[in-house]
Ligand binder design. Structure first.
Ligand code: KE4
Length: 429
């Protein structure tokens, strides 16, 4: 382990702190939960990040999900370069938008029509508005520890950086904005049934992460999923699968393809843009045709379906349409999960993994919802995070995030990571 030289990152951070709140453009990057200096990245390639001080890291953030094929992936770079030479934005329709829409629709059967936007937040915000416009109802059910972007009405008991920074109810979210949001515990079947029994006429939608990434990786029970689909179907509410993180991550068809659930609406982001800004929401034609200009539910965006972003998304999804890629991610993910758990040894911990997304929880109890997640030893996580960073391993900088393996990672990278974990836990070099 070489002594940490973060001189240039520290200088860059000092400069950034004068210019942007917390020196970052997203709080998740600020190292708020782990302390120390965020590493300023100069470049990235394959499975590796290189910081300003020339240090190489094996990357398990993957830009919080998008970089499933690794960084600076040749076909994606070439596609973006070629698109840029044709012009970067027109404010008029392009064939590339239809190409990306077709790839999404063919991958996710529950999506018959899709609208491209610029982020996961825009996707979930628009899906909620559509559900309310379609049903004529106001209430939305979400689950503690689930994060759906910084939508006012959903920033209550949010996961991800909100939970990490322990500000689940963000200042600035007005009582009016939050008044129609019902927050339940994830996997709480009884709670869900009670809410529908009492308020079914008012519930427009239920939104969830079908595999949670934002309180760390947490999986739903079969009973919970079945109840979600039955309750929403029975009472005329829409089931919204927020697959911004799981879409094209846990499977080409997303979590819904693994779970055998057909949601009414699906939100996407991250991977569908291949590292450029793309979000999307889609579902049954009959619902989607309520969106302007066919229907009257308003949603718009200057850069939606942007030529560079759609080029990156198309190049990404075309490569992901190879089942062998997900088989490889499964092998690498399983190897890493087993190795991290073995390295943790008798330290209270549990690991939850779906494919190439996983979390090492510093909590011996299996994490099934936020009430369990919040008992994790976040101090222990922070120490482990820094020890791994010192050893050239870049993990997500919060206990309440998932780590991601990419197709660019090798068995050697995984084994180096496991050895670093052994040394970190042992306090060795
Ligand atoms: P964006 O607006 O950040 O593109 O997407 C919001 C979003 C929506 N739904 C889910 C399930 C998500 O995970 C996200 C964003 N995820 C976080 C990380 N867990 C993004 C990282 C960040 O905020 O910087």
């Amino acid at each position: 382990m070489n002594v940490e030289n973060t001189t240039k990152s520290m200088a860059a951070f000092d400069r950034a702190l004068q210019l942007m709140p917390g020196g970052v453009n997203s709080p998740a990057r600020a190292f708020g939960a782990v302390g120390g200096t965020p590493r300023f990245i100069e470049r990235a390639e394959g499975a590796y990040l290189y910081d300003l001080d020339g240090k190489r890291y094996i990357d398990y953030i993957g830009s919080w999900g998008p970089m499933i094929l690794g960084h600076a992936q040749a076909e994606i770079v070439a596609a973006v370069e070629a698109a840029a030479r044709q012009g970067t934005s027109f404010g008029a329709p392009t064939e590339a938008e239809s190409d990306l829409a077709e790839l999404i629709i063919s991958a996710v059967p529950s999506i018959e029509k899709v609208r491209l936007v610029n982020s996961g937040t825009e996707a979930t915000m628009s899906a909620i508005r559509l559900a309310r416009g379609y049903t004529g109802r106001s209430r939305v059910v979400k689950f503690a520890g689930n994060y759906h972007g910084h939508v006012d009405s959903l920033l209550v008991a949010a996961g991800s950086s909100a939970a990490t920074l322990s500000v689940p109810n963000s200042p600035g979210v007005t009582p009016g904005a939050a008044a129609d949001t019902i927050v339940l515990a994830y996997n709480d079947v009884a709670g869900l049934e009670e809410v529908f029994a009492a308020q079914s006429e008012q519930i427009a939608a239920v939104i969830l992460e079908p595999v949670v990434g934002n309180m760390g990786c947490v999986v739903p029970t079969e009973l919970f999923l079945r109840s979600l689909r039955e309750q929403t179907e029975q009472h005329g509410a829409l089931l919204i699968y927020d697959e911004v993180m799981t879409g094209f991550r846990v499977a080409y068809g997303g979590a819904q393809s693994l779970q055998g659930i057909t949601p009414d609406l699906t939100t996407l982001g991250k991977i569908v843009g291949g590292g450029l800004p793309v979000g999307a929401y889609g579902g049954r034609k009959e619902v989607m045709d309520h969106v302007l200009p066919v229907g009257s539910v308003f949603q718009a965006g200057t850069l939606s379906g942007n030529p560079l972003a759609t080029a990156a998304g198309i190049a990404t999804l075309r490569q992901l349409a190879d089942p062998a890629l997900y088989e490889r991610l499964e092998v690498l993910g399983a190897r890493l999960a087993a190795g991290l758990s073995e390295a943790a040894g008798s330290i209270p911990h549990s690991v939850t993994r779906i494919g190439s997304m996983m979390t090492l929880f510093f909590n011996s109890e299996k994490v099934t919802d936020w009430s369990v997640a919040e008992k994790c030893d976040t101090e222990c996580f922070a120490t482990f995070f820094q020890a791994m960073l010192d050893r050239g391993i870049y993990l997500p900088c919060s206990q309440y995030e998932a780590l991601f393996v990419s197709a660019a990672h090798t068995e050697e990278d995984i084994d180096e990571t496991i050895q670093a974990a052994r040394n970190a836990f042992a306090g060795g070099k």
